[in-house]
Design a protein around this ligand. Structure first.
Ligand SMILES: [Zn+2]
Length: 259
């Protein structure tokens, strides 16, 4: 969920970045790939018995009370631009890329303790997930797809919400998806863990150009777009892969920060 208006439109939690299920999957995949040392540190920070998946959507839960955090969940790279431009797309450092860098730096710093350390970790767990939702790294002057009216699964919705949780919700239950996702993530771990946060954002943006917007059936401006089986056939594998990549990369960020 990017802009407040979308809450009024949608009225559902699902418009807040990957839905709870997507964020939980990202966290659980990452946990599988954490080093023993990093797992100990994460548990020290969160408290024993608190899992990383249980805090993976915390950043969405506080965003209405902490309005300044709302732009931290995404970066608006224009869909007609080939690359990220931090000066253009990340004004005053208020975007997901700058915030991931800021919070990973805080985690690396042993002087950062207590609530600040805990929040840095919880923001990181969430934001690495968010930036892998293609519509959190692209914009077509439509609030990252929030203004694109669609018909999905027999109901009116919007493109952003479909990508946050609609598609994934039809792909299976979290506990059934996890073993497959974790297995495929581990298989590609070496190549996916490479690169910078900006590289990952550009990759997400390219996926939005190619599939999220690129495969959208063309309709007259303002008309409702029907999300059909043909679109889902292209979109579903991308949703799966983006969640797997997010898990691998979250593990890398935490393994590096919490050695
Ligand atoms: Zn979010």
């Amino acid at each position: 969920m990017r802009k407040f208006a979308a809450i009024l439109l949608c009225g559902c939690v699902s418009a807040f970045g990957w839905g709870g299920e997507g964020h939980s999957l990202v966290a659980r995949i990452a946990w599988d790939e954490l080093t023993p040392a990093a797992r100990v540190r994460v548990t020290e920070i969160l408290g024993s018995g608190v899992t990383i998946q249980s805090v993976a959507s915390w950043a969405d839960q506080v965003r209405n009370q902490r309005r300044e955090t709302a732009p931290w969940h995404y970066v608006d790279i224009p869909i007609d631009q080939p690359h990220l431009d931090m000066a253009r797309d990340c004004d005053k450092g208020d975007c997901v890329i700058a915030k991931i860098e800021e919070f990973r730096k805080q985690l690396r710093d042993p002087a950062v303790q207590g609530v600040q350390r805990r929040e840095a970790l919880m923001f990181l767990i969430h934001f690495v997930g968010d930036m892998h939702q293609p519509l959190h790294c692209s914009d077509n002057k439509d609030k990252g797809g929030n203004d694109v009216h669609v018909q999905f699964s027999g109901r009116p919705s919007n493109l952003h919400s479909v990508w946050d949780s609609g598609l994934l919700g039809l792909m299976g239950k979290e506990d059934d998806l996890l073993p497959v996702y974790a297995h495929d993530a581990a298989k590609h771990e070496k190549s996916w863990a490479k690169g910078s946060v900006s590289d990952w954002a550009e990759e997400s943006h390219k996926a939005a150009q190619k599939i999220t917007y690129g495969r959208l059936p063309k309709v007259a401006a303002g008309d409702q777009v029907s999300i059909d089986a043909k679109y889902e056939k292209k979109a579903d594998p991308l949703v799966k892969q983006q969640i797997e990549k997010a898990g691998v990369r979250l593990a890398r960020v935490l393994n590096e920060a919490l050695q």
